[in-house]
Design a protein around this ligand. Structure first.
Ligand code: MN
Length: 266
């Protein structure tokens, strides 16, 4: 099995390497990511500039790593079509992002944007984020990713797959469970700051505090309850039937069960 790992926080991001190391226990992992932080880049693709790829010295032995002078989406496109050209890729895993990617925010998320590029090319793709700031439990999210990849592989799905996973920033034992969710709604209180720099006016987009409409069953609600949130994206036939919804419920239960088993062994 081969997994492409990426991260919109950039090639040096701690969450990326925690993820890549964990996934290398079950697969051949290749890391391709932007050379700098591109959070908020969404699905943005660079069309009017040349893109360079640099092979970098990997912080984890035996995991090849490449940095791209472009967006998270560019990184995945170049990984598939240049770096790993002609090779089979079983999963694209994007993360572990530093901070949440919930509700309406997923449409500007570079983490989800990168996973989307894998999905669009027929590869099962998973975005992973830890909802918190400061010291984050990347190791728990990485573990969830490994168990998910194994479980999905065993399930042998016929349909395409794009999953958005968020975890509350808790240690393994403090997690309350896992929930299959839909996206919450966010009110966008963006403000504009304008200044004059002695030549021209310029503007900055200021992102205010989030105000959520998050009833039970939404991803934002799940995180607030201390639950792992698993949102299957209803794109291009991914969730057409109740059977598929049930599949995700079963998958979630299985993943949580495995997590608890591993916690017991520790
Ligand atoms: Mn990010």
């Amino acid at each position: 099995m081969r997994i492409l790992a990426t991260n919109d926080d950039g090639i040096r991001a701690e969450g990326l390497w925690t993820l890549a190391s964990e996934l290398s226990r079950i697969a051949e992992v290749v890391v391709v990511a932007p050379d700098r932080d591109h959070s908020g880049a969404g699905t943005s693709v660079t069309l009017r500039q040349p893109l360079r790829i640099t092979r970098i010295e990997s912080p984890v032995q035996a995991i090849p790593a490449y940095s791209v002078e472009g967006t998270p989406a560019d990184s995945v496109i170049l990984a598939i079509n240049a770096i790993l050209r002609g090779k089979n890729i079983d999963f694209v895993v994007s993360g572990v992002n530093e901070g949440p990617n919930l509700g309406d925010d997923v449409f500007i998320s570079g983490t989800v944007g990168a996973a989307l590029q894998g999905y669009l090319r027929g590869i099962r793709s998973i975005a992973l984020s830890v909802a918190g700031s400061g010291a984050l439990h990347f190791e728990v999210a990485a573990r969830v990713a490994r168990i998910l990849v194994s479980s999905i592989t065993m399930a042998d799905l016929s349909h395409r797959l794009l999953l958005n996973i968020n975890l509350p920033n808790l240690e393994l034992r403090a997690l309350k469970g896992i929930e299959v969710t839909r996206l919450g709604e966010r009110k966008y209180p963006d403000g504009i700051e304008s200044r004059y720099d002695a030549e021209r006016d310029y503007y900055r987009i200021i992102r205010g505090n989030s105000e959520w409409h998050a009833p039970p069953g939404t991803d934002v609600w799940a995180i607030r309850q201390g639950l792992i949130s698993l949102t299957p994206f209803p794109v291009a036939g991914a969730i057409e039937s109740m059977t598929q919804w049930e599949f995700f419920q079963q998958l979630a239960i299985h993943v949580y069960h495995e997590l608890l088993n591993e916690a017991k062994e520790v």
